[in-house]
Design a protein around this ligand. Structure first.
Ligand code: SF4
Length: 366
């Protein structure tokens, strides 16, 4: 099956089929179709495979808000830096977050100054650090969408089991449905269809997207990450558009079920409550994240520690518009000038799933 997914001949045929449908759409509508890929991994896969460049005159593929690093509010980074100033604390985070600029500094800057900030591959690794350092407070920066949130729930479960009193999470999670609703309600951009995130859908399930068809009359296809799967997703969206049909299609059936992962959902329900969350570059979206329930407040870093922060400094970074699909990275004056992956100004250039990084690595014209 996987060999078939990478077969160049099949990929060429699929590209041809997509272009054919896109041309038909253009003929009937006088413009090319606009599709949004919600997930940062899709953005990277489109750029890396060359599909985005090949299709640019036929289908406009715009990147959405699904890169967790890119949408993490500056204040969460500022708070972590502030917390790291106490020598009795160890801060833990995913590697991608280290170079993301907060209002003034990044976690990497703070680490260079000698603060104890550690990169972990899983939140569970931070539990181990808490066990090994019983006299220090260990704080994990919990970012991520529905793919990561169940892992955070397991982490709290583990902290509870071990009765850890020196462990907490700074929750800064994000949910897909509220941000898609926000994008569609804002009417800032015209979207003809969504390529829906494969990984998130493993947890949420296909039914989670029915609101797109029911409330917004817009279709979506849940897709995998191989070039052939991406092309099949676009093909299916174009097919629906040309036949005036609205539907949510699960094209990642070997991973995604209609109802999602029941165990993961139950865990999330047990530990978390909905929260109005600030999204970097977008603002506060009601009930767009999950935070720890009051009964687990002992593991909630925002309740455990008081951090006072000033308002984030404004920069010329246009990540907010990029995350909302309103501009491409090339439209930011800093792209490949003041802002590169080595010296990133905004999170979209830092993250391995960021749209600016994808364009820089695979699509920029020298
Ligand atoms: Fe922000 Fe850099 Fe992207 Fe411009 S190129 S939007 S400064 S991350």
């Amino acid at each position: 099956h996987l060999t078939h997914l990478a077969d160049p001949q099949t990929i060429r045929q699929s590209l041809k089929a997509v272009i054919q449908l896109a041309e038909q759409y253009k003929k009937e509508n006088g413009r090319i179709p606009v599709l949004m890929e919600v997930c940062g991994s899709h953005t990277m896969a489109f750029a890396k495979s060359g599909i985005k460049t090949i299709l640019k005159d036929h289908v406009q593929l715009i990147a959405g808000p699904g890169c967790p690093v890119c949408v993490t509010d500056q204040k969460s980074i500022d708070a972590m830096i502030e917390l790291s100033k106490d020598k009795n604390r160890i801060l833990c985070t995913f590697g991608d977050m280290m170079r993301v600029p907060g209002s003034r500094f990044s976690l990497m800057d703070a680490k260079t100054e000698g603060k104890d900030i550690r990169v972990v591959y899983s939140p569970l690794d931070s539990i181990k650090i808490a066990q090994e350092n019983p006299h220090k407070e260990v704080i994990f920066l919990g970012i991520g969408f529905e793919t990561t949130i169940p892992v955070l729930a397991v982490t709290v479960q583990e902290a509870e089991k071990q009765a850890l009193t020196n462990y907490s999470i700074w929750m800064s999670t994000k949910l897909v449905e509220p941000v898609l609703r926000e994008l569609l309600n804002s009417k800032e951009i015209n979207i003809d269809g969504f390529l829906l995130p494969g990984h998130v859908s493993v947890v949420t399930g296909k039914n989670n997207y029915n609101f797109l068809a029911e409330d917004f009359l817009i279709s979506g296809v849940i897709s995998g990450f191989e070039p052939i799967e991406l092309l099949r997703g676009i093909y299916k969206l174009l097919h629906l558009l040309l036949n005036n049909k609205i539907d949510i299609i699960n094209d990642y059936t070997y991973m995604v079920k209609n109802e999602g992962n029941r165990v993961a959902k139950k865990l999330m329900e047990h530990y978390f409550d909905y929260h109005d969350e600030a999204w970097r570059g977008i603002g506060v979206i009601p009930k767009s994240s999950l935070i720890l329930k009051e009964s687990y407040a002992q593991f909630d870093a925002q309740k455990k520690f008081h951090v006072s922060l000033s308002e984030p400094r404004k920069t010329k970074c246009r990540c907010g518009e990029i995350i909302r699909g309103m501009i491409t990275p090339e439209e930011c004056v800093l792209f490949n000038k003041g802002c590169t992956p080595l010296r990133p100004i905004g999170p979209c250039m830092v993250s391995t799933e960021g749209t600016c990084a994808a364009h820089y690595h695979y699509m920029r014209e020298e």
